[in-house]
Write a protein that binds this ligand. Structure first.
Ligand code: IPE
Ligand code: IPE
Ligand code: MG
Length: 253
């Protein structure tokens, strides 16, 4: 299940016909990359933002339409406050520096997660990013920030329950489609593939509802070193997978 980039960095890559509609990326390994290089963890996160820029650029170039990146989880509050603060500062910087360019590139930004506990100026910046790009349509960038899949599902359940209590919905109308329509990701298709860098093989509360039939690709590369070549390798791995969605293989008699 491990995808590796082609060795010489210049792959003979023909864009596969079955490109994933939506890719999710768990950008992991910033801290370890920094520690291995004798640098503070915050530098790893800074380099991680550079890798994110390159990845968004590559995803656009390769013709993808939906990309969601996991940048801060509801569990990441367990880290030392100095690291949490550094991560927030990087988000501020990213939006202030990149929003104008992303807007001009026709990128629509959607933010997934709860605003609870976030500093007010961060909430304002996240709102600004969504508002400024709301009319864009060429590429969809989901930013999972202060995001936890279980929190998202609980919030959706609460919203549905409120509608039932208010008489806007009936109990019988609650099915999986109704729940999906109340998730933060409701405007995105389910991820066809989830890539996780950094050698860990788990979802860590990322898109747990939406990942029901996602292909999982785990890559050893640490996130700051991720780039176009790794994305291409992951797309090739995805293209070779057979998805059955509970049915039978096309080769089954
Ligand atoms: C991912 O890198 C970024 C965030 C979780 C915000 P890590 O900070 O988890 O890096 P490692 O896993 O400690 O190397
Ligand atoms: C997942 O990475 C969260 C993000 C990439 C934002 P973590 O580093 O927080 O995950 P665990 O703790 O190793 O499961
Ligand atoms: Mg980690």
């Amino acid at each position: 299940m491990t995808a590796q980039p082609v060795s010489n960095g210049t792959p003979e890559f023909a864009a596969p016909s079955n490109l994933p509609g939506h890719i999710g990326i768990i950008m992991d390994g910033n801290g370890r990359w920094a520690t291995r290089s004798g640098l503070p963890r915050s530098v790893g996160h800074e380099r991680g933002v550079d890798a994110l820029r390159e990845t968004v650029k590559a995803a656009q170039k390769l013709g993808l339409s939906y990309l969601t990146v996991y940048s801060f989880s509801t569990e990441n509050w367990r880290r030392p406050m100095a690291e949490v603060t550094a991560l927030f500062s990087l988000l501020r910087l990213f939006i202030k520096k990149d929003l104008k360019r992303l807007k001009s590139e026709n990128v629509k930004i959607s933010v997934f997660g709860t605003r609870e506990g976030l500093p007010e100026d961060i909430c304002d910046l996240l709102d600004l990013a969504e508002r400024e790009t709301a009319e864009n349509s060429r590429f969809n960038l989901g930013i999972a920030f202060n995001y936890g899949g279980r929190e998202e599902i609980a919030r959706a359940a609460r919203d549905v329950a409120r509608k039932v209590a208010d008489g806007e919905m009936t109990l019988d109308e609650i099915d999986q489609h109704a729940i999906a329509r109340h998730l933060d990701t409701r405007a995105f298709p389910d991820p066809d593939v989830i890539i996780r860098t950094g050698q860990e093989h788990r979802l860590s509360n990322f898109l747990v509802w939406q990942a029901a039939y996602s292909e999982l690709i785990f890559m050893d590369v640490l996130w700051p070193e991720f780039g176009e070549v790794h994305l291409r390798a992951a797309l090739e791995t995805f293209a070779a997978r057979e998805r059955r969605f509970g049915g039978l293989s096309s080769e089954a008699g």
